[in-house]
Design a protein around this ligand. Structure first.
Ligand SMILES: Nc1nc2c(ncn2[C@@H]2O[C@H](COP(=O)(O)OP(=O)(O)OP(=O)(O)O)[C@@H](O)[C@H]2O)c(=O)[nH]1
Ligand SMILES: [Mg+2]
Length: 316
């Protein structure tokens, strides 16, 4: 049955892709075997992370990009990570409607994923969802996520090209620096360039970029101005994305980047597996029995962990 599903995913059958995405998101039975099965068919899609402050125009720009890619005959998948922040909650419905406009196009597949309340972090299994879209033959996968805390750092762990969307509002560039967005951007987009002060903010961001040490692969970060709501500047942005893609391929840095991502992913898988399989009733009881003792300084966290992991370490 899983083989059949894998075959159907490879033909880009929308219902099968949707089914697989649900399985992966819910970690339902068989999802790990499915991921194993499709893994060898992944790696062809270029993954673009789009992040930035709430309301900067990430969905609007994504929408424009999807249409342009579609016009070029390229297949796109989109994972929109729902923002958890109550300030942006209202934008969700709008997102879906705008995105649906593109979702009607033949070659586009769009999926929203919930962050499940995890604090800022990119929701679990986004990488795996990208793998499904990748195996389904998408040329580009766009992952949209609000960059307010940790998530933008996570997106850089998944994406090949990371785009940070900012707006001309005062202090935006400074905020972005604080949030660590400056560290991860391959391309800056100054959206809402129809607004006052766009040129000044673009210049500020450029100045900040110049202060950074050069990227290890020699890529030069650029700041592009867009007006997503009027579909302006999107062609230039897509050209820049293509340029970054071929830069990564030519320099061999794509492989370096992906190997780093794999290392991190395997570390996470291992931690999950060890944690899930580690706790049994006996160990839970031992921990609970010791909490008071630790609190009262009759024992300490280190000794308790040492005892808990004694069997584990002995097997080494
Ligand atoms: N003036 C102006 N408004 C824009 C532009 N691009 C987007 N907007 C508007 O800005 C608002 C937010 O746009 P979205 O695309 O939903 O922004 P977002 O970053 O996806 O928002 P969240 O996902 O909620 O963080 C919408 O009302 C858009 O119409 C632009 O270039 N200029
Ligand atoms: Mg959005």
């Amino acid at each position: 049955m899983l083989n059949e599903l894998t075959e159907k995913i490879k033909t880009s059958d929308k219902r099968s892709v949707a089914k697989a995405l649900t399985m992966v998101e819910n970690e339902s039975e068989g999802s790990e075997d499915l991921l194993k099965g499709i893994y060898k068919f992944t790696g062809k899609a270029h993954r673009i992370g789009i992040t930035g402050p709430p309301g900067a125009g990430k969905s609007t720009v994504t929408n424009c990009l999807i249409k342009l890619l579609d016009e070029k005959g390229l297949k796109t998948g989109v994972i929109a990570v729902d923002p958890t922040s109550p300030f942006t909650g209202g934008a969700l419905l709008g997102d879906r409607i705008r995105m649906q406009d593109s979702g009607l196009l033949q070659n586009v597949f769009i999926r929203s994923m919930a962050t499940r309340g995890s604090l800022g972090g990119l929701c679990k299994n986004v990488t795996e969802a990208c793998d499904v879209l990748d195996a389904a033959g998408k040329d580009f996968i766009i992952i949209e996520t609000v960059g307010v805390g940790q998530s933008e750092l996570d997106i850089a762990q998944t994406a090949d090209t990371t785009i940070v969307v900012l707006v001309p509002e005062s202090g935006d560039a400074v905020q972005a620096m604080k949030a660590g967005l400056m560290e991860i951007a391959d391309i800056f987009v100054l959206n809402k360039s129809d607004r006052d002060g766009a040129d000044a903010v673009a210049a500020t961001i450029k100045n900040i970029i110049h202060l950074k040490p050069p990227a290890p692969d020699g890529w030069i970060i650029d700041v592009l101005k867009t007006t997503g709501s009027q579909n302006k500047g999107i062609g230039e942005l897509l050209d820049k994305i293509f340029e970054h893609k071929s830069h990564l391929e030519k320099t061999g840095y794509l492989k370096t980047k992906r190997i780093q991502q794999l290392k991190k992913k395997i570390g996470e898988l291992l931690t999950n597996k060890l944690t899930v399989n580690f706790w049994d009733n006996e160990k839970r009881k031992y921990l609970n029995d010791n909490l008071d003792l630790i609190y009262n300084k009759k024992s300490d966290p280190y000794s308790v962990v040492e005892t808990l992991t004694k069997d584990l370490l002995k097997r080494k």
